[in-house]
Design a protein around this ligand. Structure first.
Ligand SMILES: [Zn+2]
Length: 161
């Protein structure tokens, strides 16, 4: 799923146990793989590739690459901002930050894997692709269903507070 959705889910989980940052990190990281298994929509990238056998070693300094990085950066910042806005209270601020970051981390590791496809990174990548849904939702339905999913998780987590 997109980074914003991962961040919201990670932040939601973290907000349930604000005094356990290590548990929030672990649960956030694990949540990434759980929700990636659900058929979903992902925005297309023009230059950066994360698919099977992808390599970004020859990534050039082109408009397409910069646009991709800008989209990813915006997505991640929006995700962190939304997670904090929805879930963070004074005592849970840092735990929510940790949960949101941990939930987005596997996709950063996917990118790292395209540069260094070895060892533990490679094992994790294989798991990521194995669990990632092979059914891509498209268009308005794809976007709408992911919005609805993120909203539902946010509402559910808020109702526990
Ligand atoms: Zn993923």
């Amino acid at each position: 799923m997109i980074l914003s959705t991962h961040a919201i889910v990670g932040g939601a989980i973290a907000s349930l146990f604000p005094f356990h940052p290590a548990a929030a990190a672990f649960a956030g990281f694990a949540s990434h793989f759980v929700i990636d298994a659900i058929p979903h929509w992902d925005y297309p990238l023009r230059s950066i590739s994360l698919g099977k056998g992808a390599t970004n070693r020859r990534l050039s300094f082109s408009t397409a690459t910069l646009t991709d990085f800008a989209i990813i950066g915006f997505d991640a910042c929006a995700g962190l901002g939304l997670a904090l806005w929805i879930f963070a209270a004074e005592e849970s601020f840092w735990t929510v930050v940790i949960g949101a970051f941990a939930a987005m981390l596997p996709d950063a590791l996917q990118f790292l894997h395209t540069l260094y496809p070895r060892g533990l990174l490679h094992a994790l990548q294989r798991f990521h692709w194995w669990i990632h849904s092979k059914r891509a939702l498209k268009g308005l339905f794809g976007v709408g269903s992911q919005l609805a999913f993120a909203g539902m998780i946010a509402a559910l987590a808020r109702s526990f507070h």
